[in-house]
Design a binder for this molecule. Structure first.
Ligand code: ADP
Length: 387
């Protein structure tokens, strides 16, 4: 087993990792604002090569096609500089199309184009933004799906050719391509669909000898899954998977990094109940402007099935330098209705004073008839906010 881990993260996830290390008797060192890569360190995560390949969306899509994973119809690779060819390509895919930066992330580097007249300018603009933001001017085209859901598959691989999947998460509640509420399992996805898409991801992991925790992100429309990207790390929304499987994903990451084989087979993974996560952001609930500053009072919610992953406390200064996530409120229930009811109560209970948060928005959404019904698409939240 690893004996000491440098935690190059901050906020709620640093605390999450620290807790898993403590439980496993691993010493920890926390660092801030720097990444440390030096001889003698073991990185808890995939091989640098895998990270590089999956970090570039064009090469990730190419790898997925090879593994027979369905992808969004698009430009089959990076766009060249030939305007006529690019126009022809977009015409073939059919408008609206998306221009995406290969090196993009966090919802940045994505632009919708509705008509031919706007294409060339939009490509040039996305290219220069991509160069400035990601130091990579490569862009590609994808069909813009009009009402898909975002459904992703959690995987674990041990780097020795063994891999399992831990089911799916529905992350369709988004604003500006950023997830706001996530839930597992995804409403309406059948066990047969789950094992079909899950097995495809597992096979891809085996083929690339994937090491660590990972997520295959898909758009889901009319019963079909379309791969969009792979994340080679623990994700913000990992707790909901832990709640319905009983797995400790960070513990598994540490075991795998220690060179241990996967301790589980697919048949050891059982899904039970339903979990929903609200991302609590320090921002104005109407304008979404960041709201940094000191938290003058923090009172956490509690009760059966409630989990809060956060690093805040009364007196905590929310820094202006990072994204606005300050905590995650997760509710588990035997059924989706129970999870929803617990989450509503917890949102009414939690008190964060001194700064503005998006809690009022969550309170409204959890009482919204369409969200309660389940299965809303990725544009639903923005349409709802516009109303
Ligand atoms: P990032 O790496 O920035 O998170 P993704 O490729 O994962 O970028 O896309 C982020 C979000 O953008 C998706 O969850 C979805 O809401 C939207 N999106 C991405 N691709 C498409 C597409 N082809 N059609 C419609 N929406 C898309």
């Amino acid at each position: 087993m690893l004996n000491k881990v440098v935690i190059a993260n901050r906020g709620e996830i640093a605390l999450r990792i620290l807790r898993a290390c403590k439980e496993m008797g691993i010493q920890t060192v926390a660092i801030h604002s720097e990444r440390v890569q030096q001889g003698g360190f073991i990185f808890v995560g995939p091989e640098p090569d895998t990270i590089r390949k999956m970090g570039d969306k064009v090469s990730a899509i190419a790898a997925m096609k090879q593994a027979k994973i369905p992808c969004v119809p698009g430009s089959e690779g990076e766009l060249g500089n030939n305007d006529a060819e690019n126009l022809k390509m977009a015409q073939k895919i059919g408008y609206p199309v998306l221009i995406k930066a290969s090196g993009g992330g966090g919802g940045r580097g994505i632009r919708v184009v509705h008509s031919e007249a706007a294409l060339l300018n939009a490509i040039a603009l996305t290219r220069s933004e991509a160069q400035a933001n990601f130091k990579n001017a490569s862009v590609y085209l994808e069909k813009f799906l009009t009402t898909p859901r975002h459904i992703e598959i959690q995987v674990l691989g041990d780097g020795q050719g063994h891999a399992i999947h831990l089911g799916e998460r529905d992350c369709s509640m988004q604003r500006r391509h950023q997830k706001v509420i996530e839930e597992a399992p995804a409403p309406g996805i059948t066990p047969k669909q789950r094992s079909h898409i899950g097995e495809l991801c597992v096979k891809a992991c085996r083929d690339m000898k994937y090491r660590g925790a990972g997520t295959f992100e898909f758009l889901y429309e009319d019963g079909h899954f379309y791969f969009i990207e792979m994340n080679t790390r623990i994700q913000v929304e990992h707790p909901i998977t832990e709640m319905i499987t009983g797995f400790d994903l960070v513990r598994e990451q540490l075991r795998i990094a220690s060179g241990e084989k996967l301790g589980y087979r697919q048949s050891d993974v059982h899904f039970r109940g339903h979990a929903i996560e609200c991302r609590i952001n320090a921002e104005d609930p109407e304008t979404f402007m960041p709201s940094p500053g000191a938290i003058t009072l923090y009172h956490p919610p509690g009760g059966p099935g409630i989990r809060v992953d956060t690093a805040i406390y009364t007196g905590y200064p929310v820094p202006p330098y990072y994204d606005s996530l300050i905590g995650k409120l997760i509710a588990y229930g035997e059924t989706r209705d129970i999870a929803l009811a617990r989450l509503r109560t917890a949102l009414d209970e939690i008190v964060i004073e001194g700064i503005k948060t998006n809690i009022p928005m969550h309170q409204r959404l959890l009482r919204d008839a369409n969200f309660i019904k389940g299965g809303t698409h990725i544009h639903y939240l923005e349409q709802h906010l516009a109303r």
